[in-house]
Design a protein. Structure first.
Length: 441
């Protein structure tokens, strides 16, 4: 039945005049910008490439706070490298949320340590101090506090807890950038933080991640431990560049339905032929799956660092636009909220939220996803399972069903609306949300 439903969904895409996705292409870049990116891809000047990467690291770090940034090919690699620098390994425990992606658990398993899953706060959908406290044992070496969908978690309470216990605190800011609690930015509360910049995250560089820390000694120790980590292969970087060009051209609502149709068929053919993936797809299990398709950890490619610099330049305007869209979604909710719920954090004046996605919940979530699927890429909604993207299910990564009741409850009825949209589509997204909410009453 699922295969039949998938086939029907693909056929429906061909009839759709548009579809709003959660991933936005870089159609706002000029041809000169693209030429600059292409120049870095083909350059053999190592020092030139390194300067661009360092410039990107410095600018990203300045966007977060007054600390230091070290880039990697993914956020999970940044997290892993930090744990290695702390000598976390066999016999150690690392507390992570039970509402996360499998790549976070995979990074812990790679060190030899054991992930311990803590529950979330339903008002923030992020890590919860009291739930973390219940997970602490003498073997706890590190706490991961996750900010979800742009919403700051109760990081002030978690920071106090970690400090009182003498446990290293890392903020998982993969889904949040520039959001604030009590005026203080996410990523600056703990000993360190890791960010993701892949194409689904707040700042899109196709793939990528960043380790941030306010402490120079931690920064230098990470650099010392990882040493001269390798680049992704030239061939892999070329695939990523082609993907950047493809998304720039096709990740627009009018072209998105046929793009998803084409990508689905291409993915089936790629898996059948054994061709390597574009994205970093080998990190979803308790071990690295299959032969090494890419080095882990790996460097951030310089041409994508340049893309990141372009995105940082426009961040201020993009941030304001996303916040204005959030206010419009909330206005619709307040006018006609019957049948749905929103996280309490949206109405907390102590939080400044830069939304990645607007989150709401409904007991009729499955039906509403079907309705939304006519206009929104509902197949890309997060998180419908605890420890998502696990081929063997959450239990294959050591998660026990019932362990995190709040996480499981949220997974059962969560819905997303996009907040990262092409120019001119904000009003249409709000109108779709209004129609969906009206139909739920």
């Amino acid at each position: 039945m699922p295969k039949l439903q998938s086939l029907l969904y693909l056929l429906q895409l061909l009839k759709s005049p548009y579809l709003i996705g959660f991933y936005r292409g870089h159609n706002h870049l000029s041809d000169a910008d693209v030429s600059r990116i292409s120049e870095l891809l083909s350059s053999d000047d190592t020092e030139f490439r390194n300067r661009v990467v360092r410039h990107y690291e410095d600018n990203f770090a300045s966007l977060v706070g007054r600390g230091y940034g070290s880039s990697f090919a993914s956020g999970r690699m940044a997290f892993f490298s930090l744990m290695k620098s702390l000598r976390i390994g066999k016999g150690d425990e690392v507390i992570i949320p039970g509402f996360t992606c499998s790549v976070v658990a995979n990074a812990v398993f790679r060190t030899g340590a054991r992930p311990i899953y803590s529950d979330i706060d339903p008002d923030t959908l992020g890590s919860d101090a009291s739930a973390i406290a219940r997970c602490i044992t003498p073997q706890t070496r590190l706490i991961v506090a996750q900010h979800s969908f742009g919403i700051p978690c109760t990081i002030d309470e978690i920071a106090d807890l970690a400090k009182s216990k003498g446990i290293f605190l890392v903020e998982d800011s993969a889904l949040a950038l520039d959001s604030r609690l009590h005026g203080k930015s996410v990523g600056t509360w703990g000993d360190a933080a890791f960010f993701s910049t892949d194409h689904s995250k707040p700042l899109n560089t196709i793939i990528g991640g960043m380790l941030y820390t306010p402490h120079k000694d931690i920064f230098e120790n990470v650099k010392k431990v990882v040493g001269n980590i390798p680049d992704l292969s030239k061939e892999h970087q070329s695939r990523l560049y082609r993907r950047f060009i493809y998304e720039r051209k096709n990740y627009l609502p009018a072209r998105y339905p046929r793009s998803i149709f084409r990508e689905t068929l291409q993915d089936v053919m790629r898996r059948y032929s054994g061709k390597p993936p574009v994205f970093l797809e080998n990190d979803y299990t308790s071990q690295s799956s299959g032969p090494a398709a890419y080095p882990y950890p790996a460097k951030m490619p310089a041409f994508l660092a340049q893309l990141g610099l372009f995105e940082i330049e426009r961040w201020g305007g993009e941030k304001r636009r996303r916040q204005a869209l959030l206010l419009e979604y909330l206005r619709v909710y307040e006018e006609a909220y019957g049948g749905i719920r929103i996280p309490g954090a949206y109405q907390d004046t102590e939080k400044e939220i830069v939304p990645l996605r607007f989150i709401f919940r409904s007991p009729e979530a499955t039906i509403m996803r079907g309705r939304l699927g006519k206009y929104i890429d509902a197949k890309a909604m997060w998180f419908l399972d605890p420890v998502v993207c696990s081929p063997g299910g959450p239990q294959a990564l050591g998660y026990d069903k019932g362990n995190c009741a709040n996480s499981e409850a949220v997974c059962s009825d969560i819905l997303n609306m996009p907040c990262v949209l092409p120019e001119g589509w904000d009003n249409r997204a709000v109108s779709i949300f209004r129609d969906i909410v009206a139909g739920s009453r």
